[in-house]
Design a protein around this ligand. Structure first.
Ligand code: AMP
Length: 288
């Protein structure tokens, strides 16, 4: 496995691999790897001849009061994990290498980037799409892998790739969880032992919504009220940014279950103490 820090070197290597006819897979990450990332790497290994991961904590997707500086980093551990999984290359640039001192361009998927998490993190998705497009231009892969844990991000990236006629297939992988249901996230490191145990409230509430819907409840405003009540009653939940039902493809808000929907996304962002956690599930709707 090779760690590449320079954009030009990375492009050269990718060109050589593509000339040889290799199929290249890219797994973009911010590092501090866990089973969610590893599962995407394994998917890429199954589909592709050469697997790149990128490790880059992207300042452009953090707001001024967010955790860019404190975001957990451990390149040594990450390299060891990646090597064990058979990753061929880690693209590991510095912020200076990626943005220089005169970076002016922003790529933005309108509307989709302003709802849900975008309402609370106004520059976040523009930062994500900008860096992901840069990564796609640097690692000219045929396939790129994203987790459903960040469902809105995955939809936005698919939309960018489609709108900009990009020659890359966006593949999504399932959300990986701890045995108690808590979705794996590098940010779980911020949680105290007690907070970590109680952070399962998020997944429990998503499942509460699922069960209500499976039991025939059609009024999603009512489901939302009950779930929000449960979240707000929990003393570990400092605040709730949102809990919403959305179309799994367009992310349009859904207020009522009707025959148009085969599946519905339930998604939430909550603060457990000083840590913002997001999670979602897809609820399959029975035939009406
Ligand atoms: P991050 O390093 O958090 O930016 O995540 C890099 C990629 O891993 C993104 O595509 C995420 O959606 C994905 N990912 C993060 N956590 C999980 C998880 N628990 N399960 C599946 N994929 C995940």
């Amino acid at each position: 496995m090779e760690i590449i820090k320079k954009i030009n070197e990375c492009k050269l290597i990718v060109n050589q691999l593509r000339e040889k006819g290799y199929k290249i897979g890219l797994v973009p990450t911010m590092g501090f790897l866990h089973e969610g990332h590893i599962n995407l790497i394994r998917m890429a290994k199954r589909d592709c001849d050469k697997v790149f991961i990128s490790i880059f904590v992207n300042p452009a997707q953090f707001g001024p009061d967010e955790d860019f500086k404190n975001y957990p980093r451990d390149i040594k551990k990450d390299s060891a994990l990646a090597e064990k999984e058979g990753v061929d290359y880690i693209f590991y640039p510095t912020v200076q290498e990626m943005y220089g001192s005169d970076h002016k361009t922003i790529v933005e998927v309108k509307e989709l980037g302003k709802i849900m998490c975008g309402k609370y993190r106004p520059i976040h998705f523009a930062g994500v799409t900008t860096v992901v497009l840069k990564l796609f231009n640097i690692v000219n892969a045929q396939k790129a892998y994203f987790g459903q844990k960040d469902y809105q991000q995955m939809i936005i990236i698919k939309k960018m790739a489609a709108d900009l006629n990009m020659d890359i297939e966006i593949v999504s992988g399932p959300t990986k969880r701890e045995s108690n249901g808590l979705a794996l996230s590098s940010r779980n490191k911020y949680l105290s032992v007690e907070e970590r145990e109680n952070a399962t409230i998020l997944y429990k509430c998503l499942n509460l919504a699922k069960n209500m819907i499976k039991n025939g409840e059609k009024n999603l405003e009512k489901v939302k009220r009950i779930v929000l009540g449960n979240l707000e009653d929990n003393r570990f939940v400092k605040s709730v940014d949102y809990f919403e039902f959305r179309d799994t493809r367009t992310l349009e808000e859904i207020k009522r279950v009707d025959k148009d929907y085969k599946s519905i996304l339930a998604a939430a962002a909550v603060w457990i103490g000083k840590t913002r956690l997001i999670d979602n599930i897809i609820i399959k709707v029975e035939k009406q």
